[in-house]
Ligand binder design. Structure first.
Ligand SMILES: NC(=O)c1ccc[n+]([C@@H]2O[C@H](COP(=O)([O-])OP(=O)(O)OC[C@H]3O[C@@H](n4cnc5c(N)ncnc54)[C@H](O)[C@@H]3O)[C@@H](O)[C@H]2O)c1
Length: 356
């Protein structure tokens, strides 16, 4: 038995792979293109583990995906691979369509073909977990009820639209072809190994080096926050016991304004580095809002809690404390990411050709 993970060198995917190997003996094949967001240093602990096979490649590469499925015969796919940064999608949406829409389409097509080749029992047991975002639901007004699995799709950024399209494809492949897809829509994740273009690591790293802490608009945009390991636990449950054809919303019941998040990081850094002359919050700098900036997201996670017994183990406060501590304790990882040196990791560890 083995599972195939896509995008397992990124933020959530690498946390998932590391946790998978810690929780299970079942091998994991990890297909990742290693874009700027993919970092094999995240997987340092898995590198020597024979249960982890890294494959450098694109989910959009039809031949590669077909050969990988035929050769590895996974019992499940957990699909993380995506372009994931909203700001980048505003400046250059094409890669988001290529990977998130066409890449997912390719993966579903090849999965459909693979399922035709395997026996009834293996097909019955197979699962395709499609990892998606709460951003597909659009924006909430202050008093609105949180998003449920039945909330209408209303994506506002090219990123959200590309994820919405991939969700629709995942659903359609179940309805039309019987590919046993399960969709998860999760709120904002934070935790170890997050690339410092996203709010929390950006603020931690800027604050440590005394740089301005950019906050969009008035800082009043609200997001629900979930510690990444809680998301990984939810995905393991969905894989084990989720029902094909269903969608599960995953969230931390931790709505915070961006400004509150930034201030919370600053307070933890003040505590960790008490000798600084100024409070870190003095570095906060409001910048022009981004276009189509959703005002509020909130998730109703009652279904996954009721059906699968999932609950987050971390509060926002405890998860954020762990996250700040992780970035302070891992200066080498941070330095390599900031300098771009993490890209040399492939050559150094696998030779010029890259991992097989
Ligand atoms: N980060 C969040 O807060 C969040 C919340 C909910 C859902 N999600 C979803 O979870 C998934 C993972 O998010 P993340 O934050 O870890 O993203 P990330 O940007 O950190 O990682 C994405 C990974 O996918 C890889 N990748 C990109 N294009 C690829 C391709 N064509 N073929 C193979 N690999 C490719 C990258 O190299 C990288 O390792 C995404 O699908 C995202 O939409 C993220």
């Amino acid at each position: 038995m083995t599972i195939l993970v896509t995008g397992g060198a990124g933020f959530i995917g690498s946390n998932f792979v590391l946790e998978w190997l810690a929780h299970s003996d079942e091998p994991v094949v990890n297909l990742d293109k290693l874009t700027y967001a993919g970092n094999l240093e995240n997987l340092r602990a898995a590198q020597v583990n024979p249960a982890h096979l890294f494959v450098h490649g694109d989910i959009g590469d039809r031949t590669l995906v077909q050969q990988l499925l035929d050769k590895q015969a996974p019992r499940a796919i957990v699909h993380f691979a995506a372009e994931s940064h909203v700001d980048r999608s505003i400046h250059g949406p094409r890669e988001f369509i290529d990977t998130n829409v066409l890449g997912t389409f390719n993966l579903l097509e090849e999965t459909r073909a693979f399922l035709r080749k395997i026996g009834d029992a293996a097909r019955e047991a197979f699962r395709f977990v499609h990892v998606s975002t709460d951003e597909v639901y659009g924006s909430l007004a202050p008093g609105d009820a949180p998003f449920r699995e039945t909330s209408p799709y209303s994506p506002n950024s090219p990123y959200a639209a590309s994820k919405a399209a991939s969700d629709h494809l995942a659903r359609a492949y179940r309805e039309t072809y019987g590919v046993p897809t399960i969709i998860t829509n999760c709120s904002n994740n934070y935790g170890p190994y997050q690339f410092p273009e996203k709010l929390i690591p950006l603020v931690i790293l800027n604050a440590i080096s005394g740089k301005p802490l950019p906050v969009y608009g008035d800082g009043g945009n609200v997001r629900d926050w979930l510690f990444v390991q809680d998301h990984c636990a939810a995905l393991r449950l969905v894989l084990a016991r989720g029902r094909p054809g269903e969608t599960y919303n995953v969230g931390g019941a931790s709505e915070r304004t961006n400004l509150d998040v930034v201030k919370a990081v600053c307070a933890l850094l003040d505590e960790a580095k008490p000798n600084r002359k100024k409070d870190h919050a003095e570095l906060i700098s409001f910048v022009a809002d981004r276009p189509g900036h959703d005002r509020r997201y909130a998730i109703d996670a009652a279904k996954i809690s009721r059906e699968l017994g999932w609950r987050p183990a971390e509060s926002f406060e405890s998860g954020l404390r762990k996250t700040v501590a992780w970035y302070l304790d891992n200066p080498e990882w941070v330095a390599h990411v900031v300098s771009g040196a993490y890209r040399g990791w492939i050559d150094k560890n696998y030779g010029k050709r890259g991992p097989a």
